[in-house]
Design a protein around this ligand. Sequence first.
Ligand SMILES: [Zn+2]
Length: 63
Amino acid sequence: MAVPKRRSSKTRGRKRRTHEKAARPSLSVCPSCGEAKLPHRMCPHCGTYNGREIVAEEKKDNE
Ligand SMILES: [Zn+2]
C-alpha cells in the first residue's frame, strides 16, 4: 500500500480548503406577504403556499 512520503503542511491543507465554503441558503420572496422564505416551502410568516393554503394561525395561540 502506498504511503505518503511527506505529511502535508498546515499551509498546504489550508490553501486546498480555500475553495470550501458554506453554501448560502437560497431565498425566494413570498407572493402573499413579501417576506423572504425558502423556495418550494410554505411561508413561515403567513403560512401559505401556492396561493391559498392556510396551514398556520395556531402558533399565535400558543405564544
Ligand atoms: Zn408569506
